[in-house]
Every structure is written in C-alpha cells, then in structure tokens.
Design a protein around this ligand. Structure first.
Ligand SMILES: NC(=O)c1ccc[n+]([C@@H]2O[C@H](COP(=O)([O-])OP(=O)(O)OC[C@H]3O[C@@H](n4cnc5c(N)ncnc54)[C@H](O)[C@@H]3O)[C@@H](O)[C@H]2O)c1
Length: 320
C-alpha cells in the first residue's frame, strides 16, 4: 500500500496516537485531512500540524455527520477515531458498538461511495482474549475477546476484510500492545501520577500484587511500525502485531512512576481487583505479542516495555 506522498484522511487526528501519526505523515510530505469531534482529543495536540501547509482540520462527528465531503480525493484512511476505554464496556454496552463498529461501517461505506481504496486500522491485542500461546502470533485462534471493547475492534477487523474483498479495497490491520507516550490522556500512568500528586505517601493499585503482566510500546515506535507495515504490505489485507519484545507487571510500572517522581517509601495499597486479580472487568492478565511478522518487513522496536514506560512517564511529567 502506498502512503508516502498521498492524500490521507486521519480520523481521531486530535487524539493521542492519531496526532502523532498526523505529524509523521505531514513530515513525510503527505497531505492530511484530519477529522475529530474533540470528544477526547485536544486541538493543542495539533499545534505542529497546524503550521504545515498540507494540513486541513475538519471538526466532525463520524457517528452522525455526512462523511462524503471529507472523503473527496482521499487515497488512504488512517482510522484512529474510537472509544478506546475497555472499562466503558460494562457501564454502557452501546458505546463501543456505536463509536467503534458503526463508525467504522459508516467510514467504509463512504470509502466505497467515493472510490477510496485503502484503509489502515489500529486494532488491539484484546481481540485475542486470554491466549494459551505467548508470545501470541497473528494467526492465533479462535479469537475470543473477553471485553466488549475487544469484541468491537474484532468486528471492525472483520468489516474491513469483507469490504476489501467485496469492493476491491486493501487494508492493514495493526494489533497494538499498550501504547504509551506524550499526549496520552488516559492510562495507568496518568492514574498513578494523579494519585501520587494527591498523596505521595501511598498508591492505590487496582488488582492483586504484582498485577497484570503486559507489553508496552512507545508511541514513536508504534507510528513508525504502522508506516513500515503499510508501505511493505503486499497482501490485500495485512495483519500485524505491534508491541515490544517483553512485558512489565503493574508493580514494575508503579516502581518506575514512583522513582521518576522522586518519591520514597510509598505504600502500595492493592485493591485485590476483580475476577481473580484483574484491574477491572475485561482486563486481560497476561499479554505479549509476537512481532515476527513486522520484523520480517524490516521493523524492530528499539525499546523494551520498561524503557517505553520510563520514557512515557518522563514525557508526562514534562522531564523529557
Ligand atoms: N492507546 C492504546 O494503547 C491503544 C491500544 C490498542 C488500540 N488502540 C486504538 O488506537 C486508536 C487511537 O487510540 P488513542 O489511545 O489515541 O485514543 P484517543 O481517545 O486519544 O483518540 C481517539 C480520538 O478519536 C476522537 N473521536 C472519538 N469518537 C469520535 C467520533 N465519533 N467522531 C470523530 N472523532 C471521534 C476523539 O476525540 C479522540 O481524539 C483507537 O482506535 C484505539 O482503539 C489504542
């Protein structure tokens, strides 16, 4: 799939990963039409993009607005807009259906109408559910997500594959480990930093010690991996895991945050969690993705999980 030099639609362009991708595409000479309803994204994340002449911002709600005009002349869609919060699932079972499945369906319909042929889609490790094979490869199955969020993203993958094969499109699906870095707004690092600023003597941690054990990748490496995967995919629908080669448990994350904040003797108060020590319903306990497929295309992460987390904490604290 050709991306460099093309006219790209980036949905969710004012969000965490979408804004980094927008900057990267503009730096590579692409024209970018960025769309966001600013429900979670921030205009401030687009400060660099706004200074580039190839950038146009459209404020629009992809669930309700007409998507036709924004698709005019678009070669490739990078579809980041979604509700990415696993914890929302049990609280409001409609959210992921609407914001993830219906929005993706509407986008594919607009692509079909306007003749846009290529889509890059950030999916998630949660589509695998609780796997018996670790590191988990892309061809692992059956795919049985344990969260409504994971189910919604797996549905989007299926829609993309079916539209590609039915209407002569191509797609690249990326299954991300946990992505961390600057401009993130909601994850375990923010939760810990907020709590420790309120009370630097103790830290409430959701789950049972030492917590879930998962792989983390820095956003800079994630964006690079997506672009390499897109440019070098020859299949009609390519599927790539993106993560680092190792894992870190929640205690390791807490130790890193505490250390980077210059704190000592912090008491960890584990809540015990739900359903056998998970942080929340739908939380997968153990996750590490095989990244052999993307490594075979020439991408390799330079940082492991611990280093990715440390860098992200420093960025959030304004130390990097
Ligand atoms: N952050 C991660 O660790 C991670 C892991 C796996 C997959 N993903 C996927 O990557 C993508 C980006 O995630 P993120 O962490 O950057 O999330 P984010 O919340 O920072 O970004 C999503 C953006 O989409 C926008 N948006 C939401 N609904 C919209 C709508 N109806 N119309 C227009 N804009 C809308 C939001 O305002 C926000 O700017 C998502 O698809 C998510 O599922 C993220």
């Amino acid at each position: 799939m050709k991306v460099v030099g093309k006219r790209i639609l980036v949905t969710g362009c004012a969000g965490f990963i979408g804004s980094h991708m927008t900057d990267s595409l503009l730096a590579k000479g692409c024209e970018v039409v960025g769309v966001d309803d600013l429900s979670a994204g921030k205009m401030g994340f687009l400060d660099e993009a706004a200074m580039m002449k190839g950038f146009k911002f459209v404020r629009s709600d992809l669930l309700n607005d007409d998507l036709g005009p924004m698709m005019d002349g678009i070669d490739v869609v990078f579809h980041f807009a979604a509700n990415p919060d696993v914890r929302q699932g049990p609280k409001n079972t409609r959210t992921h259906f609407d914001q993830n499945i219906t929005v993706t369906f509407r986008l594919l319909e607009a692509m079909k109408e306007k003749g846009t042929k290529s889509i890059c889609f950030p999916s998630t490790s949660t589509v695998y559910g609780e796997t018996t094979v670790i590191p988990t490869p892309e061809n692992y199955g059956p795919l049985l997500p344990i969260s409504i969020y994971g189910a919604s993203k797996l549905s989007c993958e299926a829609l993309i594959s079916s539209y590609a094969h039915t209407f002569g499109m191509s797609g690249v699906i990326y299954r991300f480990a946990n992505v961390v870095g600057s401009r993130s707004t909601h994850n375990v690092l923010h939760d810990f930093i907020r709590k420790l600023r309120e009370d630097p003597t103790k830290l409430e941690i959701l789950g049972a010690e030492p917590g879930t054990n998962k792989s983390y990748v820095h956003v800079s490496e994630c964006v690079e991996a997506m672009l390499i995967g897109a440019e070098r995919t020859t299949e009609q629908v390519g599927v790539y895991n993106i993560g680092s080669r190792d894992r870190l448990d929640v205690k390791g994350i807490a130790d890193t945050v505490v250390g980077e904040m210059g704190l000592e003797n912090v008491r960890y108060d584990w809540t015990g969690g739900v359903m056998g020590g998970r942080g929340w319903i739908g939380d997968v306990k153990d996750m590490l993705l095989s990244i052999d497929a993307l490594e075979a295309k020439g991408w390799s992460p330079k940082m492991g999980s611990a280093e990715s987390i440390r860098r992200a904490v420093r960025e959030i604290l304004g130390k990097a």
